[in-house]
Design a protein around this ligand. Structure first.
Ligand code: PLP
Length: 413
């Protein structure tokens, strides 16, 4: 699309936006004078869908009216209400997904099963500057399996004086180290740079080397279309409080490819992974559900899942194609305006991305606080990046325009 520099052009884009009405389905944060903020932190914590209140109230009501009888009638299978929409969102078969626990907990559960180091094939590959929790999880799993992170962790590092990884370098590192690689574990979109990796090609390269390929999709789900089943990914997990707008600490999603469902390898067990038909016979012998649900440990947090049901109803209705299209337009439009008005700002996010842009600006932290004081909600990540992520379901093009104007004021001050 050919963009123009005026605010009236942003207004035209908003008028043409087929998703514009969805903003009304969310509570939009305001300042102390009741003015709407510009909320560009959907990559951190998505906004609250207005219907969340009804979804939670319903469960509270059933609990108050029925007590444990609600369990049998409704809550035992509550997580199954999320199966279809979750599978659609990540391109999986229904039996390949389950919502449970929190993200880092799931990463541990998945690595316990899928990181099975052999004498020569014992390494894990991760992208440098992955999210700290990913480092901690991977390093602790390496130690738990009797190896040392110094020798067993391979970090993908950008070339000298470059901030992002080149796709060809990732593939060539997999080819070079493949014989030693037990697991390739990358973020689908790097949380810091906003770079989206080519998950299909990475999976292909990893599987050719007979490595297990798993992704942390915290910054991909609800942001980019995914085809985890067709790509042949082994496992993935993601949180639902970012783009999916399910609220602080909401439960995480998990994908496990169907080829692993007859699993007889290591796995941490709990009663919720037991065959549903006989679970309440309370046998001490574990009989697993032969789907991703076999990795469940505990019964589902109903009050945490209810908001996710509310937001997934919106995602399901809109579909990832439309969400992706607008996300791409929002970030391209922002990139255009920054390039036009603020040539000193270094956009480190490459074209391969979702809707987040990471801006490296000298004096960045002061500028971040100026933005905050002037009604912009985005975030600062050490050492030098302001992350800005307009959300396709609730942000307007005019907000992108106004943001760039305020950023310009901050820099020219
Ligand atoms: C890439 C990535 N990994 C891990 C985490 C940790 O998530 P949790 O606290 O839900 O385990 C986050 C949270 O923002 C994240 O962005």
């Amino acid at each position: 699309m050919i963009y123009e520099k005026s605010r009236s052009f942003a207004q035209i884009l908003d008028k043409q936006d087929s998703l514009a009405t969805y903003r009304d389905e969310f509570h939009y944060p305001k300042d102390n004078y009741n003015n709407e903020l510009i909320y560009f932190a959907g990559n951190s914590l998505g906004l609250q869908p207005k219907r969340v209140h009804d979804y939670i109230t319903k469960e509270l009501f059933i609990w108050s009216e029925k007590g444990v009888l609600g369990q049998e009638e409704r809550w035992i299978s509550f997580h199954e209400r999320l199966t279809k929409s979750t599978a659609k969102l990540v391109g999986a078969l229904n039996q390949e997904v389950v919502v449970m626990n929190a993200l880092t907990v799931n990463i541990h559960l998945l690595l316990i099963s899928f990181y099975q180091p052999k004498k020569k094939k014992y390494k894990i590959m991760i992208e440098k500057d992955a999210f700290p929790s990913d480092y901690y999880a991977v390093k602790s799993q390496i130690k738990l399996h009797g190896f040392e992170p110094d020798s067993a962790l391979i970090e993908l590092i950008p070339r000298k004086n470059e901030k992002i990884l080149r796709h060809e370098d990732i593939i060539s590192a997999i080819e070079t180290h493949g014989d030693e690689l037990a697991v390739i574990y990358l973020g689908g979109v790097n949380y810091y740079t906003g770079q989206a990796f080519d998950l299909e090609q990475i999976t292909k390269a990893g599987k050719e080397k007979e490595s297990i390929v798993g992704f942390n999709l915290a910054h991909s789900v609800g942001n980019l279309p995914l085809s985890l089943h067709d790509w042949g990914v082994d496992f993935s997990s993601w949180c639902t409080y970012k783009y999916l707008c399910a609220g602080p600490g909401s439960p995480s999603g998990v994908f496990i490819h169907e080829r692993h469902h007859e699993w007889d390898g290591p796995r941490l067990l709990g009663w919720w992974g037991h065959n549903k038909d006989t679970r309440f016979e309370m046998s001490s012998k574990f009989d697993p559900i032969l789907t991703a649900e076999g990795w469940q440990i505990s019964n589902a947090p109903i009050m945490g899942m209810a908001p996710l049901l509310a937001s997934m109803a919106i995602y399901n209705k809109v579909g990832m194609d439309a969400i992706r299209k607008k996300g791409k337009n929002l970030s391209s439009y922002m990139e255009y305006l920054i390039t036009q008005f603020l040539p000193s700002v270094n956009i480190i996010t490459p074209k391969s991305r979702g809707c987040q842009l990471s801006l490296s600006i000298s004096g960045g932290k002061d500028i971040y606080y100026y933005l905050l004081r002037n009604g912009i909600v985005c975030d600062w990540r050490n050492p030098d990046v302001i992350r800005v992520a307009p959300h396709p379901l609730f942000n307007k093009y005019c907000e992108v325009f106004d943001f760039v104007k305020i950023l310009r004021n901050a820099i020219e001050r």
